[in-house]
Design a protein around this ligand. Sequence first.
Ligand SMILES: NC(=O)C1=CN([C@@H]2O[C@H](COP(=O)(O)OP(=O)(O)OC[C@H]3O[C@@H](n4cnc5c(N)ncnc54)[C@H](O)[C@@H]3O)[C@@H](O)[C@H]2O)C=CC1
Ligand SMILES: O=C(O)[C@H]1O[C@H](OP(=O)(O)OP(=O)(O)OC[C@H]2O[C@@H](n3ccc(=O)[nH]c3=O)[C@H](O)[C@@H]2O)[C@H](O)[C@@H](O)[C@@H]1O
Length: 467
Amino acid sequence: MSPHLRPAPVPIEDESPLRVSVIGTGYLGATHAAAVAEMGFTVIGVDTDPAKIAALEEGEVPFYEPGLPELIRKNIAAGRLSFTTDLGAAVAASDIHFICVGTPQQASSHAADLSFVEGATRAVAAALTHDGLIVGKSTVPVGTAQRLRDMVDAMVPTSLHVELDWNPEFLREGYAVEDTLRPDRIVIGGASPWAEGMLRRLYGPAIEAGAPVVTCDLPTAELVKVSANAFLATKISFINAIAEVCEKAGADVTTLADAIGYDARIGRRFLNAGLGFGGGCLPKDIRALTHRAGELGALQAVGLMQQVDEINMGQRQRVVELAMSTCPVNILNARVAVLGVAFKPDTDDVRDSPALNVAAALHLRGALVSVYDPEANATAKRSFPTLTYAASMEAAVTGADLVLVLTEWPEIAGADPEVLGRLVAHRAIVDARRCLPAQAWRDAGWHTATLGSAETEAPRARRVVAA
Ligand SMILES: NC(=O)C1=CN([C@@H]2O[C@H](COP(=O)(O)OP(=O)(O)OC[C@H]3O[C@@H](n4cnc5c(N)ncnc54)[C@H](O)[C@@H]3O)[C@@H](O)[C@H]2O)C=CC1
Ligand SMILES: O=C(O)[C@H]1O[C@H](OP(=O)(O)OP(=O)(O)OC[C@H]2O[C@@H](n3ccc(=O)[nH]c3=O)[C@H](O)[C@@H]2O)[C@H](O)[C@@H](O)[C@@H]1O
């Protein structure tokens, strides 16, 4: 039965506190749960991982996200936020149920693995004993929400008013709290006036602070999210393609990006050339879009996304090649210091990290790789235990034949070339994120190499050996 043929929902009075469950407490869910609690609502976070829940109950966040532990502890203490593995109890105590579980890339194809979203939605629907709103926040291929809505509709007794809508999330890791409390926009897909009213109440503080609300149908909401990530990915691959032209033509891609970025139609953000994009979202989302667009016969998007992905993955290979050509000794048994392995600064996330890929590729070519990341050593060690992990930047570079800057943490971008120069065996550095003041490093006697300017094409540098 369609939700519209069901009995009208019991109205939730404006004054009554909305009770919220958040299913899945990873990067997205833990942040969303804390932010909704901060907005004054009662929130129960649910996860199937008991270790994650035990940590969150203690106010410990099992990943690095600035400001999140403080927000969680504050709202636990205020009695608005709790965590459990008992989904049934959480659903029974809530009016809105947010689905925030993972949608990883399938091992066998580029498609999204929807088993977690389906499993979580099914579990919520099975546990419902009163009217409620199920709201998907996970990133899903277009068409998923309607399938889930049909599934829920078939499962829930007709005496209940239950609706499933989609409200995608746009937060960035490292800025998750800020982005959730003050979003650029709120997209609500498929909602009836009843559901839209509840979500507008929930997001009231953000809306009052100026966040525009876009209401649309389910497929548009799903595609808004995927297209936003696809556009960001395209912008990065565009500048990386232009970076290659810059190298060959003797131009400088950073100056170029600054200049084109002054045009408000283009904008400077996401035009930093270098090692390319990684993380738990952009790569898998453009591949899932490629797959879904192919299923739909939308072949232009397939071609575009394939090209964006290919350029991006090619950057990793180009950095490996640049490292090998810059290394003053044979790469076999060369001592290579890798500074930064997180997929970007301000996170300990190494999912599809370009930096970790490059470190691993050099390790496989026989280099002795010593890694330092301000926050991601532990997560990187879990996924790549055979690399050596150093406790400090200084420890990583001591005795190095080659230094690679792969993630532009401020600590790394601001390193002192004189201090590091005294520790290395050879003053040779690859700046794969174009974050170093190259002239200062050259003045300190370093041979510097980077993608995106003529330097890369320069004849093999004189090797400056540390005194
Ligand atoms: N990480 C990010 O910055 C953002 C992620 N997204 C999207 O949000 C979704 C989640 O991403 P992340 O939080 O990064 O993933 P994650 O892997 O960090 O977290 C997912 C959590 O869901 C839990 N889970 C799986 N099945 C469950 C079930 N049946 N019941 C309860 N918990 C269950 C897992 O144990 C895990 O803790 C993905 O679709 C992603 O594309 C969207 C915007 C930002
Ligand atoms: O769907 C998601 O999960 C999220 O994905 C991205 O957020 P995030 O993965 O946290 O990281 P970004 O800040 O977008 O960076 C992604 C990658 O692009 C790279 N990048 C970024 C900008 C740039 O100019 N150049 C560049 O190579 C970064 O180093 C990083 O590897 C989007 O920015 C979020 O809006 C979205 O919600």
